[in-house]
Design a protein around this ligand. Structure first.
Ligand code: 13P
Length: 237
């Protein structure tokens, strides 16, 4: 059974969220679709028993960090998952520096981290994809205790594919997914689920469904319209 994550990023306001919930009413499998709305709206999804996660957590549990949100507060609104190290946060908020601490905090608080990794277009062209990803995995996973196959998820998101309508070939995605799985098994003796993210849409979902090595999707733009998202989900096996 594949996992489907809907990352709304900084989109949709309260009215949009209420409309969205009305449209998806009971038509979404509540055991495998996880919503990542703006943290102010997490409770709207939680109240209707959807799986929810945050798009980020602070690297500290509490303290003087103006503007950050603690995992403890996010747990109070019901999250069971959090994205960690999304490329947008790595680029604009120096998040690569904090992924290790954030993963540790998530595990400590029984929240499942979805660690995002992926290469730039240039790195892809220079065939550095797996080297870049290994570095990101090591930074995030080194010296972690209590990681298991079930409390960690990896999302492979080629940065050049995010929001661009461009996806790597299935062959390229499958190769990278397998390399990620093989590396984590060898280095950390773990076998986590690995998702694909980057311009997943109604147009390419049938093609992506033919991938051999993925365990689900992390979806941005195509999750923002409820009807479109419902159609997409119906195509995922
Ligand atoms: P898009 O689906 O808009 O390419 O975004 C992917 C993403 O970044 C999900 O986290």
């Amino acid at each position: 059974m594949k996992i489907i994550c809907a990352n709304f990023k900084m989109n949709l306001l309260k009215e949009d969220i209420l409309n969205y919930l009305e449209i998806i009413d009971n038509k979404i499998p509540k055991d495998r679709v996880i919503f990542f709305p703006n943290e102010l709206y997490i409770n709207y999804f939680k109240n209707q028993n959807y799986l929810v996660g945050s798009q980020n957590i602070s690297y500290l549990e509490n303290g003087s960090l103006t503007g950050d949100t603690s995992i403890l507060s996010l747990k109070e609104v019901g999250i069971n998952y959090t994205l960690i190290g999304h490329s947008e946060r790595r680029e604009f908020y120096n998040d690569s520096k904090y992924v290790n601490k954030k993963i540790a905090l998530a595990i400590k608080n029984n929240v499942i981290p979805i660690l995002c990794v992926g290469e730039t277009k240039l790195e892809h062209e220079e065939k550095k994809t797996i080297d870049v990803i290994k570095k990101e995995l090591d930074e995030a996973l080194k010296e972690q205790t209590n990681l298991t196959n079930d409390n960690l998820i990896i999302a492979y998101e080629p940065i050049w594919s995010i929001g661009t309508s461009i996806t790597p070939s299935n062959n390229s995605i499958d190769t990278t997914l397998l390399e990620i799985k093989t590396y984590i098994k060898k280095q950390y003796n773990l076998n986590p689920k690995v998702l694909y993210g980057g311009s997943v849409s109604l147009k390419n979902i049938d093609t992506l469904e033919a991938l051999k090595n993925h365990d689900g999707y992390l979806i941005g733009t195509a999750s923002l319209d409820a009807n479109n998202f419902l159609s997409l989900i119906n195509k995922v096996k």
